[in-house]
Design a protein around this ligand. Structure first.
Ligand SMILES: *Cc1c(COP(=O)(O)O)cnc(C)c1O
Length: 364
């Protein structure tokens, strides 16, 4: 039985994306047509993020982008505001500390979004904050933060923003320039439904200037975004050999998203609303407060007395549906249905939910 993916990433691949990935390669370092291909792919990302900032595709899963942004922007002593109302939001605190930064943390219940007013207050109390990290959709809790309101506050204070939008891009609208976002991070395997293995990143002029003005130059090479500024952005060469076939797949996924246009976001909004209603009618409790729920993933509480891991294994092996548990403090307490990208269809959600209920009956 072919497993039906319903986890919030990696998401199921479309036929088009799989065929693109299977194409014969061309040499990324020696064939000039690859330079054109890569530049074009980056322009598609600019369109998707609504930004004029430089966009890059890095060879590594989403976490690479998060760490590269921190490694490139943070030096010992840099004060960084961390918006920590979720597993990924809190995870940034560790990255900041790892690169010698001084985290100033806004902690909040994982069920609730952080507001622009809370950010404003933290900046007023700490005027020497230079950077801020935040997460748009914090996937483990299915929560969406209002970065459209927070971004402008940070920009007004001259604070460079690092935004993990891995799980929201191509599912919930994101307008990087309009919202004053400096560094926006995405991944291939979430709502774009390309295979895992790539991260993409937009870098504003202010963020580049901040990197160049560091007292100590970033250590290392692979995580250092300046190595791309000194190669690709200078003369069209790559700092290392590019994963050609992963790029083909991402490029095809970008085409699909851009072709669907605004309807893409409408579909995610509609299916998310459908899912939230259907799970509640089926007797589940939503994890995040409904007004802060993301359009790409629905997090629900594991019903009392049901063994998380055993249940999900049964659902997978007997019913053929893959849903996800959660992480950190939410492990064992939350299940997640990823209605993003190829998985964002009412009927698919309904079939998954039917299987979940049949499986649940076995545990009662
Ligand atoms: C998926 C995801 C990432 C990438 O990390 P994983 O290794 O796939 O967990 C980063 N940030 C968010 C919010 C994500 O959902």
């Amino acid at each position: 039985m072919l497993t039906k993916q319903m986890a919030p990433g990696p998401t199921e691949l479309s036929q088009d994306v799989r065929e693109a990935m299977a194409r014969q390669l061309i040499n990324p370092d020696l064939d000039p047509s690859y330079v054109e291909f890569y530049a074009n792919m980056c322009r598609k990302i600019q369109r998707l993020l609504h930004t004029k900032s430089d966009c890059l595709v890095l060879a590594g899963e989403g976490i690479l982008g998060l760490e590269a942004a921190c490694a490139s922007l943070i030096e010992p002593g840099t004060k960084v505001l961390c918006l920590a109302n979720g597993v990924f939001g809190a995870g940034f605190v560790d990255f900041v500390a790892a690169y010698g930064g001084v985290p100033v943390v806004i902690e909040k219940d994982y069920r609730q979004a952080i507001t622009a007013a809370e950010v404003e207050a933290a900046l007023a109390a700490n005027p020497d904050i230079k950077l801020a990290t935040m997460v748009h959709c914090d996937t483990p809790s299915g929560l969406l933060n209002p970065i459209q309101e927070i971004g402008p506050v940070l920009r007004e204070h001259g604070v460079i923003s690092i935004v993990d939008a891995v799980a929201s891009i191509a599912g919930d609208p994101l307008r990087a320039d309009e919202w004053g976002l400096d560094v926006v991070l995405g991944g291939s395997q979430k709502a774009l439904s390309a295979p895992p293995g790539l991260t993409f990143i937009s870098v504003s002029q202010a963020a580049w200037s901040f990197m160049l003005a560091r007292k100590s130059k970033p250590q290392g090479f692979y995580l250092n975004l300046l190595s791309w500024k000194d190669s690709w952005l200078k003369d069209g060469s790559f700092p290392y050999t590019q994963p050609v076939n992963d790029h083909y797949a991402l490029d095809a996924a970008l085409d699909a998203a851009l072709t669907e246009g605004e309807a893409l976001y409408e579909r995610h909004r509609r299916v998310a609303a459908f899912t939230r209603q259907a799970v509640q009618e089926a007797g589940f409790r939503l994890y995040p407060e409904a007004e802060y729920a993301a359009s790409t993933v629905t997090a629900i509480e594991v019903p009392a007395g049901v063994p998380d891991v055993e249940y999900r294994l049964r659902l997978l092996q007997k019913y053929g549906w893959q849903i996800a548990g959660s992480y950190g403090p939410l492990a064992g307490r939350v299940w997640r249905i990823g209605h993003m990208g190829t998985q964002c269809r009412e009927q698919r959600v309904q079939e998954c939910l039917d299987a979940m209920l049949a499986c649940l009956a076995e545990f009662r």
